[in-house]
Structures are given as structure tokens and as C-alpha cells.
Design a protein around this ligand. Structure first.
Ligand code: CP3
Length: 361
């Protein structure tokens, strides 16, 4: 089902009304009274409250129980005053709904025990409607949205991009060289296209349902294409599917963030696939990356998450460098260039948010 922003909820303002939340204003390139900030992986193992919940529940239990997922989503918003919440889930549960046997293994990351190894496996993949298969996350979005409504904190939904999801489906986990994925791509180009098309269908439906459930922005994570592929292979084997995905979700009535990690060698090509906002990774200085994307397009980023392991003085210098490169232009949401790591000191997260509020007010 397509999200219809006009009729979906008669109580919500029309889609062309100017939003009041800082993040949503910046995502539309509108001026804000200060720079808004939220962080990738802001709910996770660096937070003691999260670790306590993980002692009692598996990762998939947290994700699939709406009340628990909502609670985790709100942890960093309550603790640090983030300007946006990102719904607690992962990019991989939709693969489980397609028939892949997913688990998160302690200390080893995600594992799929029956990865795709033949063209037949591709054709056996299911494409269930997100309304049924992702009901827990959709309900978590409704709960969080109701809790955030009086607070002007934006709610972000997300999904994985086709290449990144295909790489997990074929490798069965995170990979060093993506050899299996690239071999499949090169040996079975027709089945590769069918696989990516199926992933686009499932992810587009899931993203549109997230907007209907209350997500006010949608982020697409392409974590591994930039690490795995040359520009020519990206343009030939991945960009068409990304364009189809961004085209399909452009009807959601909410801004879409295109976050493609490790694409400095072809950032313009990755950005051209679509999305209203470009999420920048940490490799290029923000001003250089923004110039490539075009200053008329809002951006999000791009502090190196490992900078949060530095002493405060060094961290402060690096935060200020990002702010300086943003130059006070409208359309910048401060964020990291990749996710927070578990060893991050909580105090550095708190000070980072406070510092950005003070520096840019
Ligand atoms: O706070 C948030 O940002 C929302 C939650 C979120 C998670 N994963 C929770 C998570 C989001 C947006 C993701 C996206 C995700 N997941 C990506 C894309 C972004 C990126 O980091 O590149 C990818 C590639 C994954 C796949 C994934 N999930 C990996 C590789 C791992 C293991 C590595 C790790 O950090 O542990 C996960 C597990 C995961 N996803 C955890 C969390 C909080 C840790 C699981 C635990 O609690 O044991």
C-alpha cells in the first residue's frame, strides 16, 4: 500500500506545511535556530541501560517486541536530548521475513545459516507485505511517535539498500572482500538483477509502511557497496536498483536520506541515485563532500565515530571543524559518518550534544 500523506491521518498537518522540528526543517533546507543533532547507532551497547536490557532479551526479542523496541528507541533521546529518534531495529530482519534464517551472535555480529548460493535460492525468496512481517517495528514506530508528538523530536525510520542486504543474504554475515557476493553478481547477472529487484520491492513497501506508521524521515543505509565495488561495477550492478528504490519511496511524503558509506570515489554517482538528503560518511571533509553533492541539497554528517574515543579537547576540535565546514548554511544535520561503537564513553556523547547546542545557538 502506498502512503498517502494527505489522507493517511486527517489530524496531521498537510505535507507542505513548514515543520517545526529542527531536524525536519534542516532536511528540507529550511533555516534552524541552531544545528540539530542525532547520532547513528545512538541506541546501543555503549549505553548501560541498553546493555541491561540485552542481558534479559536477545537482539531479535528487543526488535520484535514493540514496547521494548520503543523503550530502547527513546533511551538516547531522554538521556542526551537528541533532536531525532531512530527506531530501534536493524537492517536485517526483513531478510528473515524473506526466508533467510537470521540470528545475531554474541561478539560475532549477524549470521544467516542458509545464505543464497544458487539462482534457485533467489527465486524461492518470499516477498511478504511489511504490514505483516514487520508488524513489531511498525507498532514500535506508532508508540514512539505518540511519545514524541509533544516534544518536537523527529522520528526516523530506515531500511538497508539492495546491495548491502544482498551481501548479507549471499555471504551469510559481514564480509572482508565480498568475494561470494561479487562472484554471484558476475556469474549470474540475471539472477542478481532478480534478487535486487525483489529486495527493492520488499524494502520500498517496508519504508512506505514506516512512513504510514509515523516515521517522519526515512534513511536508506548502503553500508557496503562503496567498500566492495569499483565505480563502474556500482553504476552497472547497483545504481539502477538504488534509483528504483528512491523513486518508489519518493511518494512517502517524508524526506528520504541516502546514506552510502565509503563512496568517496563516486559520491556524485551515489548521491545521484536519489533521496532528498545525503548522509555523508567521515572520509571527506564535510565542505568538500557537500560541494560534490551540491549545496542546494541538505546533508547529514559527518564526524568520524572513533573521534568519540579521543580525549575531550581533541574531540571538541573535530566537532568544531565539522561545524565550521558546514558554515552555518541551512540544511545541515550534525551526525556521525558511521555508527557509534560500543567502547564510546557515554560522557563524550553527552558533551558532544551539549557542545553543539551551545556553539550553534
Ligand atoms: O540506534 C540506531 O542507529 C538504530 C538501530 C540500528 C542498529 N543497526 C542496531 C544494532 C541501525 C540503524 C542498524 C543498521 C545496520 N545494521 C547497518 C547499517 C549501518 C551501518 O552500521 O553500516 C548494518 C550494516 C547492520 C548490520 C549489523 N547489525 C551488524 C554488522 C551488526 C554487528 C556489529 C555490531 O555493531 O554489533 C549488527 C548488530 C546491531 N545492530 C547491534 C545494534 C544495537 C548490536 C547488537 C547487540 O546488541 O548485541
Amino acid at each position: 500500500m502506498k502512503a498517502d500523506p494527505v489522507t493517511a491521518d486527517p489530524a496531521s498537518p498537510p505535507p507542505d506545511a513548514e515543520p517545526t522540528s529542527l531536524v525536519l526543517r534542516a532536511y528540507r533546507g529550511l533555516p534552524t535556530e541552531r544545528t540539530p543533532v542525532w547520532l547513528l547507532r545512538q541506541a546501543g551497547r555503549y549505553m548501560p541501560e541498553y546493555r541491561a536490557l540485552r542481558e534479559r532479551h536477545s537482539m531479535l526479542e528487543l526488535i520484535r517486541t514493540p514496547e521494548l523496541a520503543a523503550e530502547v528507541t527513546l533511551l538516547p533521546v531522554d538521556a542526551f536530548g537528541m533532536d531525532a529518534a531512530i527506531v530501534f531495529s536493524d537492517i536485517l530482519p526483513p531478510l528473515a521475513a524473506m526466508g533467510l534464517d537470521l540470528d545475531f551472535v554474541e561478539g560475532d555480529g549477524p549470521r544467516i545459516s542458509n545464505p543464497i548460493s544458487s539462482t534457485r535460492d533467489v527465486d524461492l525468496l518470499a516477498a511478504p507485505p511489511a504490514e505483516e512481517s514487520m508488524a513489531g517495528t511498525l507498532e514500535a514506530l506508532r508508540i514512539v511517535r505518540a511519545a514524541l508528538e509533544p516534544r518536537d523530536v523527529a522520528l526516523v525510520g530506515f531500511a538497508g539498500a539492495p546491495f548491502t542486504l544482498a551481501s548479507y543474504a549471499i555471504e551469510g554475515g559481514t564480509s572482508r572482500d565480498f568475494a561470494k557476493t561479487k562472484a554471484f553478481m558476475l556469474q549470474e547477472p540475471a539472477a542478481w538483477r532478480r534478487l535486487l529487484r525483489k529486495l527493492v520491492t520488499v524494502q520500498a513497501d517496508y519504508l512506505l509502511e514506516q512512513a504510514r506508521a509515523g516515521a517522519q524521515a526515512l534513511q536508506v543505509f548502503d553500508s557496503w557497496a562503496g567498500r566492495a565495488l569499483s565505480r563502474d561495477d556500482y553504476l552497472r550492478y547497483v545504481a539502477p536498483a538504488n534509483r528504483e528504490l528512491y523513486e518508489a519511496v519518493s511518494t512517502a511524503g517524508v524526506p528520504v536520506i541516502n546514506f552510502s558509506l565509503g563512496v568517496s570515489a563516486y559520491l556524485a554517482d551515489a548521491a545521484a541515485c536519489g533521496g532528498d538528503v545525503v548522509g555523508l560518511d567521515w572520509q571527506l571533509p564535510l565542505d568538500e563532500a557537500w560541494a560534490i553533492v551540491g549545496f542546494d541539497r541538505p546533508v547529514q554528517g559527518n564526524l568520524d565515530p572513533i573521534a568519540l574515543l579521543a580525549p575531550w579537547r581533541e574531540l571538541e576540535v573535530r566537532i568544531d571543524a565539522v561545524l565550521e565546514q558546514a558554515g552555518g548554511r541551512p540544511g545541515h544535520v550534525f551526525n556521525l559518518g558511521h555508527g557509534l561503537v560500543p567502547q564510546t564513553p557515554v560522557d563524550n556523547v553527552r558533551r558532544l550534544v551539549e557542545h553543539i547546542r551551545e556553539r550553534t545557538s
